[in-house]
Design a protein. Structure first.
Length: 272
């Protein structure tokens, strides 16, 4: 029984993208072409694989290609990032490994998303908790530190802010903060910036060093935080953290006022 498209979705996808390539724009002659797009051997050549194996792959006989081969096929077929991800899902039933993006630039569109939260503090931070952008509500709540030219690091600020030490459950909160930082930076690969933050705090803050050596982990990206020392008294927020799809290094953090009274205090704080 012949293999149908439904039996071989990977082959069908490869063939579809191959036939949609423009030979002329890729430097191939247009003569003697009975079908649109590139020939199989041309795609194989561009992808640095054998023509026979590529043919088998389109026919559903090539076996499971490795990630390296899939990357070469993606380049050979000039796939977009979305198409490349789909290729991996078809071939390996999983997305490709995320390519590390060192840029922490916030696009104008993402800034407009922040600004749409009029009375809700929202900001963008890296996996190492460096704040790189915020909206006006966040600017007001953090007295300019969120959108300042140099930004700040949340973990460093937490341990350097003496007001935090007056909280009756400071140690419990500190342990949760450090555990969350460890978990997220580990997922991101614990690079040089994470090491820089940990080393700096270890030298200046014995409490941090003691907590860090416990190696605790926590997976929550939601919680409740109260800002005690605003001009209008305590304001409580429910916060949630979201991945930024266009840059795996960035996170969107939204502080939603917990009650109507808290929301009114935020609004009054911004109008003050």
């Amino acid at each position: 029984m012949p293999i149908t498209q439904n039996d071989n979705p990977l082959g069908a996808f490869l063939k579809d993208r191959r036939t949609k390539l423009d030979p002329a724009s890729l430097g191939y002659p247009l003569t003697r072409r009975r079908t649109p797009g590139l020939r199989r051997e041309e795609v194989a050549q561009r992808s640095h694989v054998s023509a026979t194996w590529y043919t088998w792959l389109e026919q559903g006989r090539g076996g499971s290609p490795s990630a390296d081969v899939l990357d070469r096929l993606a380049r050979g077929l000039a796939l977009t990032e979305v198409e490349r991800e789909h290729l991996f899902l078809l071939a390996q039933n999983r997305p490709p490994e995320v390519k590390r993006q060192e840029s922490t630039e916030v696009t104008p569109q993402l800034q407009r998303v922040l600004d749409a939260f009029e009375n809700t503090p929202a900001f963008i931070r890296t996996a190492e908790w460096d704040v790189v952008a915020g909206n006006r509500a966040a600017f007001t709540l953090w007295a300019g530190e969120v959108t300042g030219s140099e930004g700040f690091n949340i973990l460093e600020r937490f341990f350097s802010n003496t007001d935090n030490r007056h909280h009756p459950q400071w140690e419990q909160v500190a342990r949760g903060v450090v555990a969350a930082f460890r978990t997220e930076t580990a997922r991101a690969g614990f690079g040089s910036r994470a090491r820089e933050v940990v080393d700096a705090l270890g030298r200046t803050c014995p409490e941090f060093q003691s907590i860090w050596e416990d190696h605790a982990l926590i997976g929550s990206h939601e919680g409740i935080k109260t800002f005690e020392n605003t001009d209008l008294g305590a304001i409580t927020f429910e916060y949630s953290t979201f991945a930024v799809d266009t840059n795996p290094r960035l996170r969107l953090v939204v502080f939603n006022p917990a009650t109507a009274d808290d929301k009114a205090r935020v609004k009054a704080l911004m109008e003050g």
